[in-house]
Each structure stands twice: as C-alpha cells, then as structure tokens.
Design a protein around this ligand. Sequence first.
Ligand code: ADP
Length: 250
Amino acid sequence: MIQVENLHKHFGGFHAVDGATLHIAEKSITGLIGPNGAGKTTLFNVIAGVLKPTSGKVLMAGEDITGLEPHELFDKGLLRTFQIAHEFASMTVRENLMMVPPGQSGENLWSTWFHRARIAQEEATLRRKADEVLEFLTIDHIADEKAGNISGGQKKLLELGRTMMTDARIVFLDEVGAGVNRTLLNTIADAIVRLNQERGYTFVVIEHDMDFIGRICDPVICMAEGKVLAEGSLDEIKANEQVIEAYLGT
Ligand code: ADP
C-alpha cells in the first residue's frame, strides 16, 4: 500500500532519515521500532506530509504522494494521529469526534443562515456516528467528559476514534502506549486489531513496548541511524545481530 524509496530527510547537515526504503503491505499492522533518534518519527512525518523530504519517494498504491500536504493525504485516507490539541481540551469527547469530518455545512456562515434544517440533520448524523465510534472503542461512558480531563489512554482511544470519523485507510500511530496503563493498553490493542480485521484498516505503529508490538504487529521494521536495518516477525527481529548491536549501541 505504501512504498518508501530511498527517502532522505536532512536537518542542516544531520541526516535524520538517511536513505530509508520500505514497504507497508495493505491491511497489515506494521510495527516500527528502533533506538531513540533512529528517525522513526521523522519518517512518519515525511510520509504523512508534515515534513517535506530532502529526496526520495513515497508511493501510495502506486501513486506518487511525495510532498503532498496533510489535507490532501487525508482525502486519500492516509492519516497520522496527533495528540488532542490544547484548544480541543475544553470540548467534550463527543464534540471532539464531531469536529473531524471536513465539509460540514456549519463551517460556512452563508449556509449556517440558509440551511439550518440541513445542518441540524447533519449534526444528528454526526452525533450518531460519534456515538457508534465511542461504543466501538468502549469509551461511550466518557462521551460528555471534557477531553482535557480524560486519562492518557482514553486520549489515545479518542485519537483513534477521530480516524474512524473519516474514511481512513491507513493510519500512522506514534507511541500509542506511552504512559498508558495495562488495561487501557489492552483496549487500544483490541481496537487496533478489530479496526484492522473488521474495517480493513492498515496501521503503522511506532511503539517502545515490545509486548504490545509482539502482540499486534506483523511485520516489524527496525530502523537505526535513519535507515531500515531489518524486517520480519518480532522474533526474527530480536534475533538479528545488526538490530541487537543498534540497541546496545545506544
Ligand atoms: P525517533 O522517532 O526514532 O526517536 P526522530 O525521528 O524523532 O527519531 O529523530 C531522529 C533524529 O533527528 C534525532 O537525532 C533528532 O534529534 C533529529 N531531529 C528530529 N527532528 C529535528 C528537527 N526538526 N531539527 C533538527 N533535528 C531533528
């Protein structure tokens, strides 16, 4: 689904991504691991259009998507999750979900004035969809909580929920498990697997928790110093000498 060819991203003289080549299979849950500073987040940001590459190519289903803006990639179903922004913290969990779909009539003053009935109808549809998403993620009980007050794990589920309000096909998740308790981490893992199996989502997941990676990701890609070192099952990766060396070297 995604082909990354000889990608470079340089910050001044520093090569954060240094000729990465990799392939992400459709409907896979691919794990991206590697020591701190390996270039994983930078690679994510280049694929998701947040950063422009210095050189190299990114293809999606054979189409060149290198350097497209995040909103153009969003339209193609490629999304990178972001932490709930500060300005959304005072909105409820449900409202955060209802904000996501683009092209709501309510965004435009003209249509606000002239198409009230349509807006009300669209809002009801959105609300229903948001409630379905919350139920799917088993967080319907916090629908009316302010997003700023929910736990770290619940925020991660909300980030995942935002992707479900769109026509996402491939979702990039950064550090899903950071600071999340075991129970919620299991809920997140279940949600990812169910979205993958039931709705055909492709996932690429950066995560340090190897149990989490081992449980849901296949294949796993290991990066170090801006390059791809190895790809395979987590067991294969763990047995790879270059990988061991890269982790020991940090
Ligand atoms: P990882 O996610 O694997 O920990 P990153 O992609 O965050 O790695 O970072 C790779 C390297 O690039 C790090 O050494 C980091 O300091 C550097 N880096 C990341 N972003 C920038 C930036 N905007 N400017 C300069 N250096 C950066």
